[in-house]
Design a protein around this ligand. Structure first.
Ligand SMILES: Nc1ncnc2c1ncn2[C@@H]1O[C@H](COP(=O)(O)OP(=O)(O)O)[C@@H](O)[C@H]1O
Ligand SMILES: O=C(CO)[C@H](O)[C@H](O)COP(=O)(O)O
Length: 318
């Protein structure tokens, strides 16, 4: 249904897009929906703090179809019956207003405490890494694997799960794979991950070839809702098994960066890494070998730090 209204290979055509979720919900019969408002999680959290309903930012609104380049919703979306539910959109880090009085007094914030629009988790991780030059990238290895490469041009292709978020006058090109830390946690505890990783020789390539997923379905670097996880054969040695999984995730990361190059993004020069997987030094060495690039742990790996930097910028402009 979304494919019939959106341009070919637009990011909203991905089955996990916000627009697909909105359209599915709209088409289920039931309560009167015309008085509803679409809010992303970040919009809802901010609404609890400032009380103005229906305010979003152009990073969160990308997957519902907002066009950050021209700063408006496209005509093909505005002509849909559910368009009245779409939130108004500001730049990330733009001030919205003051904190609600009851919350301000409850927690003791000053009277001039301003609230700013937010961004998505992996963009916040990118901001935390303070990578500002085109060619710098951040791979967030949390539950999933999210890639953001700062590029001078915008690229979008839903066949591969590639999209571009606007970052001021540049683009954060990338996507999010369903591989990552969540699948590691299905097999090993964090303590086991740390101990077993210490016994891996990162300079040696593992011959094991897996596609580690928690469940069926991949988004990027190939959008395939039918892709099955591949985590067998399992060797007797847990060190070898973990080595094979870490190496296989690194190969997915390398494939993703190659794809961005092939699609015409600015050439990646250096990768910073964030998220729970970034603390694994041997995995970083494996990734450097497989990517053929310098991979460094960002000094600040918490997305919350990037969100705070964005708020600081917004508050300074207030
Ligand atoms: N030593 C380690 N090596 C690799 N991955 C790790 C290690 N320790 C924790 N992790 C992974 O980090 C993930 C948690 O990272 P985090 O950034 O908090 O994720 P999220 O915020 O997406 O839930 C877990 O899924 C876990 O498997
Ligand atoms: O997998 C994720 C969360 O589960 C990613 O962080 C998310 O899909 C990335 O989104 P965006 O590129 O819009 O920040």
């Amino acid at each position: 249904m979304v494919k019939s209204i959106a341009p070919a290979n637009h990011t909203v055509c991905s089955g996990t897009s916000t627009l697909c979720k909105l359209v599915s919900w709209w088409n289920i019969g039931g309560a009167n929906k015309t008085s509803a408002v679409l809010l992303h999680q970040a919009d809802w959290l901010l609404w609890l703090l400032h009380g103005k309903l229906g305010v979003s930012d152009y990073n969160n609104a990308l997957k519902v179809g907002y066009d950050p380049e021209v700063e408006s919703y496209p005509p093909w979306l505005l002509s849909q019956p559910y368009s009245q539910l779409l939130p108004s959109v500001k730049a990330p880090g733009a001030s919205i207003g003051f904190l609600k009085e009851d919350i301000r007094t409850k927690y003791g914030f000053p009277k001039d405490c301003v609230l700013c629009t937010g961004t998505t988790d992996s963009i916040a991780a990118f901001l935390a890494a303070r990578a500002t030059e085109p060619g710098k990238a951040v791979t967030s290895l949390g539950s999933t694997l999210a890639i953001k490469l700062l590029s001078t041009n915008r690229i979008e292709d839903a066949r591969f799960g590639v999209y571009s978020h606007r970052l001021d006058d540049k683009w954060l090109v990338g996507g999010a794979s369903n591989t990552g830390g969540a699948v590691l946690r299905q097999i090993f505890t964090d303590e086991q991950l740390e101990k077993l990783s210490d016994h891996i020789n990162p300079m040696e390539a593992s011959p094991l070839d897996y596609y580690p997923l928690q469940a069926v379905g991949e988004r990027f670097p190939l959008a395939d809702p039918e892709m099955a996880p591949r985590l067998h054969p399992r060797p007797q040695s847990d060190v070898e098994y973990l080595h094979g999984i870490l190496e296989s995730i690194a190969r997915i990361e390398a494939k993703a960066y190659r794809l961005l190059k092939d699609l015409g993004a600015t050439q990646v020069e250096e990768v910073f890494t964030a998220g729970g997987g970034a603390k694994n030094e041997n995995w970083i060495r494996i990734r450097e070998r497989v990517l053929g690039l310098s991979v460094r742990r960002a000094i600040q790996t918490e997305a919350a730090y990037g969100a705070a930097l964005l708020a600081l910028k917004g508050a300074q402009h207030y």
